[in-house]
Design a protein around this ligand. Structure first.
Ligand code: NAP
Length: 268
């Protein structure tokens, strides 16, 4: 059983993680709590968020955590949720923009609704949450923003043009904002997972099985094949990279887009 670390590097800091009810976001929330932060878990589904929060309270009895519901693509909902979260646990010092969706379609079948929904949740949602959190960070002279992008923000993949465009946008936003706030105590970075064992991959496997008639094992092997380590990344491995970037000791790291993908993508 992990323990919330008294005197951990994030002790006394409020971290807000979007999409924290499951998958990579839940692993990030757990990891930041273990590093001593108080954490707000944000997502759309209150039931899932409360279930995850209850499990975390059992695992980390000293942890301070709260739940906020909002659709990150809805500007008003984001603004209300951040105000409520700050009222409860103090200004957000660490923001992890993790919530996202990956829908696939050939480019010819990518209609405007699919295009806009991918941009809204993955890119506009990241923008809205950063805008909501940044004033408090600037006032405090300290902050950490980590955007969970994707290897799809660093290279192209077929059949996910809208998702790829949105995640490339997230990395552009990360780099621009990092420069804008570089001298103000706030760092802005992106973590770029390869295929990671969560619902997103389970849905991709089901999609491959349905469309190609391959077995589930073949579909999983196909996704893992692009990773030089020939395996799926685990959510905890992404959470570790995020937590490192959130620490005070990572203050010199900013504007970076770090792949957590078994060597699939390497910086040029
Ligand atoms: P997941 O298990 O499907 O979880 C996605 C999370 O995002 C859920 O908690 C979901 O919560 C939340 N979410 C989705 N739309 C939202 C919205 N409009 N407003 C608020 N919350 C929303 O996916 P995951 O694999 O953990 O993905 C997390 C992040 O990693 C995403 O940004 C994804 O693009 C990125 N990523 C994943 C992989 C992978 O292979 N798994 C690879 C590269 C990058 P609710 O549904 O309850 O709202």
């Amino acid at each position: 059983m992990a323990a919330a670390r008294q005197g951990g590097e994030l002790q006394g800091r409020h971290a807000l993680v979007t999409g924290a009810g499951r998958g990579i976001g839940a692993a990030i929330a757990r990891r930041l709590l273990a590093d001593g932060a108080s954490v707000t878990l944000l997502g759309r589904n209150a039931g899932v968020l409360h279930e995850t929060a209850a499990a975390l309270r059992v695992e980390l009895p000293e942890a301070v955590l709260a739940v906020e519901t909002a659709d990150i693509a809805d500007a008003e909902a984001v603004s209300l949720a951040f105000a409520a979260a700050s009222g409860r646990l103090g200004p957000v010092a660490v923001l992890v923009n993790n919530a996202g969706q990956a829908r696939s379609a050939p480019f010819g079948k990518t209609d405007l609704a699919l295009w806009q929904s991918m941009l809204e949740v993955n890119l506009t949602g990241t923008f809205l949450c950063a805008q909501a959190a940044l004033p408090g960070m600037l006032a405090a002279g300290w902050g950490r923003i980590v955007n969970v992008a994707s290897t799809a923000g660093l290279r192209g993949y077929g059949y996910v043009s809208a998702y790829c465009a949105a995640k490339h946008g997230v990395i552009g936003l990360t780099r621009a904002l990092a420069l804008e706030v570089a001298a103000k105590g706030v760092t802005v970075n992106a973590v770029c997972p390869g295929y990671t064992e969560t619902d997103i991959v389970r849905e991709a496997v089901a999609n491959i099985v349905a469309k190609t008639g391959r077995s589930e094992a073949e579909a999983r092997a196909e996704l893992a094949a692009g990773n030089p380590q020939k395996r799926l990344v685990q959510p905890e491995e992404v959470a570790d990279a995020v937590a490192w970037l959130c620490r005070p000791s990572a203050g010199a790291m900013t504007g970076q887009a770090i792949a957590v993908a078994g060597g699939e993508v390497m910086a040029g």
